[in-house]
Each structure stands twice: as C-alpha cells, then as structure tokens.
Design a binder for this molecule. Structure first.
Ligand SMILES: O=C(O)[C@H](CS(=O)(=O)O)OP(=O)(O)O
Ligand SMILES: [Mg+2]
Length: 229
C-alpha cells in the first residue's frame, strides 16, 4: 500500500518561517545557547503528552503572551539562557509561530527558521540556490493579521537576495522589500511590540532587534528544529 504522504508533492523547495516576536527569535536563541532541538507543536495537550512520554523534555510556550500554567518556560527568548537550555530538547507551543512552522512543513521540502538574530546567515543559505528554486517566506503574523516586524525581516531577506537570484516576486514580497528598503533597520513601533512592552517584556524587544547577533542556521528536520550551522 502506498502511504498518502508519499503522494503529496510539496509546492515549494524551501520555506523560511519568520516570527520575530517572538517564536523564531526564541528558537534561534535556544539553539544558539546550546539547546539540542526544539519540537514545535500546536496545542498545550500535545506538549503535555510529549512531556509525559519524555519527562526529560522541557515544555515551553505562551498563551496571550504569558507562560502557560505548569510549563517550565514561556516564549521569552531572554529566558533561554545556556544554563537553562544546554543539551535540552524543548517542546514549544505559541500562538502564531509554532503553527506557522508546522504549516511551512506542509508547503516546502525544506524549512528554515529566520529572525533578525540570524538574518544574514539565512540570506547566505538562500543565495546558494539557483533561480529555478521556489522559495516561500511564511510570516507568522498576529492571530491572522499582518505583523510589522515579520514583514521587515521578509523584506530584508528579499532585498538582499534580489541582487543575487530572484526572478519572480509576488506583490506581498514587493511590499515587504519596499518597507525594508525604506527602514533599513528594525522598527519595533508596531502593535505587537507595544503589547509586549505593556506585558513587561522590554528585554525581549531589545534582544529580538539585534541583527545578526546569533549567526546560526536552524532547520526543521523530522519534526525537530536543529542547528545545522
Ligand atoms: O509570545 C508572543 O510574542 C506571541 C503571542 S502574543 O501575541 O504576545 O499574545 O506568540 P508568537 O507565536 O511568538 O507570535
Ligand atoms: Mg508573533
């Protein structure tokens, strides 16, 4: 019998997932500080189930921006210090970012994780592909709304790549690129940044806008995000 998933042809060669505030910044920080892997899941129940089967895993995530009750970590990248995460497997569930990563894995053969923290590393990886490669950028957004910060990183990637290899750009890609070309540096004046500031997460905002501060390449492989470079 042929399994269904073998018949499913993915639409894109490569996807890049962006959730600057805060899931992909958290993933990059955790891996940069030595975490073994991050398992993105959609629901609290899935995270608890994995914890039940693997008590050594750390369960982490947020709802409404705040740490989920009974979980060991929230979604603040600043919590993911080396002392806390080194050699650990972390199961992460967040409002937007982890679902975007799972969605991207259905769209593309390869899933890369991007943020301001590892911007140039991601661009360098993408620049290695020739112009026949289909690349999709998945911005997590905020509960179905566009995200100002995610669009900036998307624009920065496209702006840097276009000189190298891009032949076709969608309208949303053009908008993102024009935004970044006008800004040229992170602008955290959007709605989500304000909300996080009100919740007391100013230190996260400071960290998440540091361009190339953690120059690692992170990729989803067999349902786990690992550092590949
Ligand atoms: O934790 C975050 O920053 C958000 C949730 S909220 O918009 O702050 O409520 O989750 P994410 O999945 O990282 O967008
Ligand atoms: Mg977000």
């Amino acid at each position: 019998m042929i399994e269904q998933r073998e018949l499913f042809v993915k639409q894109f060669n490569v996807s890049v997932v962006i959730d600057v505030l805060r899931a992909t910044s958290t993933v990059i920080t955790a891996l940069s500080n030595g975490a073994k892997s991050i398992i993105p899941v959609s629901t609290v129940e899935q995270a608890l189930d994995l914890k039940h089967r693997h008590p050594e895993y750390i369960i982490a995530g947020e709802r409404g921006g705040e740490k989920i009750e009974g979980f060991q970590l929230g979604n603040s990248p600043t919590e993911y210090t080396e002392a806390v995460v080194r050699d650990k497997t972390i199961v992460l569930t967040t409002s937007n970012g982890t679902n975007a990563i799972i969605h991207a894995s259905n769209l593309a053969e390869r899933v890369l994780i991007a943020s301001f923290l590892n911007l140039t590393t991601v661009v360098r990886e993408l620049a290695g592909y020739d112009s026949s490669t289909n690349i999709v950028i998945v911005c997590a957004g905020n509960n179905g709304e566009i995200s100002y910060e995610d669009t900036q990183v998307a624009g920065a990637i496209i702006s840097k790549l276009i000189k190298e290899r891009v032949h076709y750009l969608s309208d949303s890609s053009k908008i993102a690129m024009k935004l970044w070309d006008a800004l040229k540096k992170p602008d955290f004046s959007g709605e989500h940044a304000k909300k996080l500031s009100q919740l007391g997460f100013d230190k996260d905002l400071e960290l998440c806008q540091k361009v190339d501060y953690m120059p690692i390449l992170a990729e989803l492989m067999d349902c786990k995000i690992i550092k590949v470079e």
